[in-house]
Design a protein around this ligand. Structure first.
Ligand code: EPU
Length: 285
């Protein structure tokens, strides 16, 4: 069949932070039609649902998730190919894979994706970005399941994308997208790929994390702020602020979601009291 499902699947297996309790229904549709059937079924029955890709920007509480957690994977969801100088990728394709398919096809501009531990669907939903580029800079069109249960395609011009947020993709679920880059040589692409990796390795931790925890406020980058507050290295339970970058909370091994949430609250309180800055999580909590 083109759907696999499990009951009470631990979400710590499906998040890069390696924390989180069970998903009541863990459902893996392997085709757009199967995905639509699952979503429409949940909508008809009033079952809470959310879609999770690689779980890299997600903090699941220890109590888990009631309802359905839908993880698109396999079939068209994990297909990625170059066509007419563009890249067509399913929602379940890893960004690193997209970048390497582009490189092999001589299409540059995707190198910033090399180290992002996310899938295409999540990157579209949150307009993921790094190294000065964001996902929607390179989107040509997005195919999605809309609120009426219909599969539609819309061009970038017709989609509002903000810093780390694409409002329309909250209830319309991305299935696939077409991306564009610039024709380039393999060597030039490899050079930018290596530069991106070197910069990331020097400035971001390798330990389990959910990437940047807070959105950058207008006043100062969140990582710099946490650094100035003297909180790098401080911990709650088994969760602690990375010594490498102040906007990362890392799982030191065996952390719980409560540990991470306590650390988040401590940072927010410190930023509020010391600088009058209200930090907002970038990670979905
Ligand atoms: N800084 C410090 N101390 C720190 C961390 C940073 O002083 O502990 C300073 C840096 O020296 C730099 C400034 O703060 O002057 C900004 O830091 P960085 O260049 O690392 O970028 P960022 O704003 O912290 C953003 C994205 C990252 C992305 C990087 C690289 C957000 C919230 N974060 O980080 O995205 O990888 O740029 O392009 O927009 C993510 O979304 O999960 C993420 C990691």
């Amino acid at each position: 069949t083109d759907i696999d499902a499990k009951l009470y699947e631990p979400m710590r297996r499906h998040t890069t932070m390696l924390v989180g309790g069970p998903a009541q229904y863990w459902i893996e549709p392997h085709s757009f039609e199967a995905f639509a059937a699952v979503v429409n079924c949940c909508r008809e029955r009033g079952i809470a649902m959310r879609v999770v890709g690689r779980g890299s920007n997600l903090l699941v509480r220890d109590g888990g998730i009631r309802g359905a957690v839908i993880h698109p994977t396999g079939g068209a969801f994990t297909e990625c190919r170059a066509e007419d100088g563009k890249i067509i990728a399913g929602a379940g394709v890893r960004l690193k894979k997209l970048a390497s398919v582009a490189q092999a096809a001589g299409i540059g501009g995707f190198e910033w994706m090399e180290g992002i531990p996310g899938n295409v669907g999540g990157a579209l939903r949150m307009n993921a970005g790094a190294m000065g580029t964001e996902t929607f800079d390179q989107v040509v069109s997005v195919t999605f399941l809309d609120e009426d249960g219909e599969i539609r395609t819309r061009s970038r011009e017709a989609i509002v994308s903000n810093y780390r947020d694409v409002p329309e993709l909250r209830r319309n679920f991305a299935l696939q997208a077409v991306f564009e880059g610039k024709p380039d040589t393999a060597e030039a692409i490899q050079g930018r790929w290596d530069a991106s990796r070197a910069k990331r390795r020097a400035s971001q931790p390798v330990a389990a994390s959910a990437g940047c925890i807070f959105k950058n406020p207008t006043e100062v980058p969140a990582g710099k702020l946490v650094d100035e507050l003297g909180l790098k290295g401080s911990g709650e339970g088994k969760a602690r602020v990375s010594e490498v970058h102040g906007n990362f909370i890392v799982n030191g091994g065996g952390a719980t979601a409560s540990d991470v949430l306590a650390m988040i609250e401590r940072i927010k309180a410190s930023a509020r009291e010391t600088r009058g800055i209200e930090l907002e999580t970038e990670v979905k909590v």
